[in-house]
Design a protein around this ligand. Structure first.
Ligand code: AMP
Ligand code: MG
Length: 390
């Protein structure tokens, strides 16, 4: 059994240079940038009014001004502003020559083509040419994950398509003679297949593609054929179940028989101890213990970072600092535990009701996982903790 950190180190050594492809910007959400985005333009592209109001000269002490022009957003001003003059201007419109200040409409009065200042507005209310971005500025680096703001940023650069890294296909195999697909009636001794669905969802959330191979019963030859096929068709294989100590847990042996080099087959993590990781060529293979909470946590801790890396994205989980609101205690401390916790109404951290690694519904009330390192027996009320968001 190796420590989590050792397993993470092994996984961190996996490198990958994904190929790229061009996609329409509108389809780029969740993809990883395959190119640097360097600006060709200035933002804003001209001195722009930040307010609806009146553009005038800051060296002009008049209280009343002649309105010489009305400037709508999108139109080009034709008049130069002299002392005693102003232009009515809309938010987003070009500031006219001569003017270097905009008085917001709320502190003015307009009558018979004249504007009078009736209140105070100390701001310039002008966004200057290039104050946000200049031509040649590096906007986003290759390897950046495209979230909604990035989609907007790329659009603001005038691009309607973008080069992204190609997505890997992840094969999913569910083992277990007792497992039944949802949508049918359970026979005695059977349970529903939740893993294939939660794992697929986790994979899709990273932006990778899923190739689901269905349920295979605990028979060596059938499992072997499925994995053999996926070894040539996919970049990563996730196998649920069949990795523990039971008589029908065949997966590690099958992987070895298929020429998969195993890098670890037991990790000091709770839940998730029998996790197996191996490689054959460029294909990565995980054997994940079947209990649904184990599967979920093993994906979060081990699979997700390496899967993102194969997509060219250097993922780090989001960790939130909090204060424990209840004691957490445990007896055995050989493994590092991940405990489902939530932030309560006072924003304090408390473990959710959790009966163990089969208790999947516990995760519905959890906001994250509390890492309790090897050797640590208790986390006391009032102590500062770091919660890994799920
Ligand atoms: P295993 O890792 O195959 O020994 O399975 C451990 C536990 O997880 C057993 O109680 C299985 O019934 C359960 N299990 C295995 N696969 C699944 C699955 N796909 N969905 C839900 N539970 C599962
Ligand atoms: Mg099984």
């Amino acid at each position: 059994m190796i420590a989590i950190e050792e397993a993470e180190e092994i996984l961190n050594r996996i490198t990958c240079r994904p190929e790229t492809e061009e996609v329409p910007l509108i389809d780029s959400l969740g993809r990883v940038l395959g190119q640097d985005i360097v600006s060709r333009i200035s933002m804003p592209p001209f001195d722009k009014s930040a307010m609806d109001g009146y553009a005038l000269r800051s060296d002009d002490d008049s209280r009343t001004f002649k309105i010489v022009e009305i400037i709508a957003a999108g139109s080009v001003p034709v008049k130069t502003i002299n002392k005693g003059e102003c232009a009515k201007i809309m938010t987003g419109a070009m500031v006219p020559p001569g003017a270097d200040r905009v008085i917001k409409v709320e502190v003015t009065e307009e009558k018979d083509g004249m504007m009078t200042i009736t209140g105070k507005d100390k701001r310039e209310n002008i966004c200057y040419l290039g104050e946000d971005v200049k031509p040649g500025d590096m906007i986003l680096n290759a390897g950046h994950l495209i979230r909604p703001p990035e989609v907007g940023i790329i659009a603001s650069m005038g691009l309607n398509s973008v080069t992204v890294n190609k997505r890997p296909t992840v094969g999913i195999v569910t083992t277990g003679s007792e497992i039944k697909e949802p949508g049918r009636e359970l026979e005695p001794g059977q349970i529903y297949n939740s893993n294939a669905y939660s794992i697929s969802a986790q994979v899709k959330q990273t932006g990778a593609l899923v190739k689901y191979e269905g349920i295979v019963s605990d028979q060596v030859e059938i499992i072997k054929q499925k994995i053999k096929k996926l070894l040539t068709e996919t970049q990563m294989i996730l196998i649920s179940g069949g990795v523990s100590m039971g008589d029908y847990d065949y997966v590690p042996q099958i992987l070895t028989d298929l020429g998969v080099q195993l890098h670890f087959d037991q990790v000091a993590i709770q839940p998730g101890k029998p996790t197996v990781f191996g490689t054959r060529g460029d294909t990565l293979v995980f054997g994940m213990p079947g209990n649904p909470v184990s599967t979920f946590i093993v994906f979060e801790v081990f699979v997700k970072p390496v899967l993102y890396r194969t997509m060219g994205f250097n993922y780090t989980p989001s960790i939130i600092k909090g204060v424990m609101n209840k004691d957490f205690k445990r007896k055995r401390t050989v493994r590092t535990a991940y405990i489902p916790v939530r932030f309560n109404k006072e924003n304090k951290v408390e473990p959710v009701e959790y009966h163990g690694s089969a208790h999947l519904t516990a995760l519905s009330t959890a906001h994250g996982l509390l890492k309790v390192p090897r050797g640590v027996q208790q986390v006391l009320k009032g102590s500062t903790v770091y919660v890994r968001q799920i």
